[in-house]
Design a protein around this ligand. Structure first.
Ligand code: IMP
Ligand code: MG
Length: 173
């Protein structure tokens, strides 16, 4: 198990793209307050950078969802540790690290949609469309990537590598 020598997505490219995404979110979701629902743990670093580029007043809420062990998606999606975000009648932006099968994100969106937000949008740093098993698309995607297991900038392999400023491919994963 080792990291690619060259990052798949360099830190400065990520930073430029995050600023662009924030401009799009500001245009689409302008209003008195945006509720950012950050999906723990993988989206924390992305969200921290993204919200600092937003002009729209934004509050931060966190949800945790797990279906992964190692590199394999397994079992039902379990949502825990909600901070009970206010959703009804609000503009809500779900911030995810990566859309892979889409199962986790679909489960989160379903729960939030049931609470009737004014707007519900999804922003994912990465999109791996080749692996999708659920019909779901993000409103904002940082980068579309091939079917490789990636780590860094919040994404982990068994809790390692989240701290890296760039996105790397985990070889032999
Ligand atoms: P999904 O439910 O299959 O879309 O996957 C949801 C979660 O799996 C993501 O939020 C990530 O935490 C994790 N995941 C999926 N692909 C990768 C990857 O390439 N690297 C690290 N984590 C991943
Ligand atoms: Mg993970």
């Amino acid at each position: 198990m080792r990291l690619s020598d060259t990052p798949l997505i360099a830190a400065d490219a990520i930073q430029r793209r995050v600023a662009e995404l924030a401009r799009l979110v500001d245009v689409d979701l302008a209003g008195p307050e945006l509720v950012a629902v950050v999906v723990l743990k993988g989206a924390v670093i992305f969200a921290a950078d993204l919200v600092r580029h937003l002009a729209t007043p934004t509050r931060l809420e966190f949800v945790r969802a797990r279906s992964y062990q190692g590199t394999e998606s397994a079992g039902p999606v379990e949502l825990t540790a909600h901070t009970a975000p206010p959703v009804t009648g609000r503009n809500v932006l779900v911030i995810e690290d990566i859309l892979d099968t889409g199962r986790t994100t679909a489960a989160i969106l379903e729960q939030l949609r049931a609470q009737q937000p004014a707007r519900l949008a999804l922003c994912a740093l990465l999109d791996k469309p080749a692996r999708r098993t659920v019909d779901i698309e993000a409103d904002y995607v940082g980068f579309t990537i091939e079917d490789r297991f990636v780590v860094g900038y919040g994404l982990d392999y068994d809790e390692q590598f989240r701290h890296l400023p760039a996105v790397h491919v985990l070889e032999d994963a």
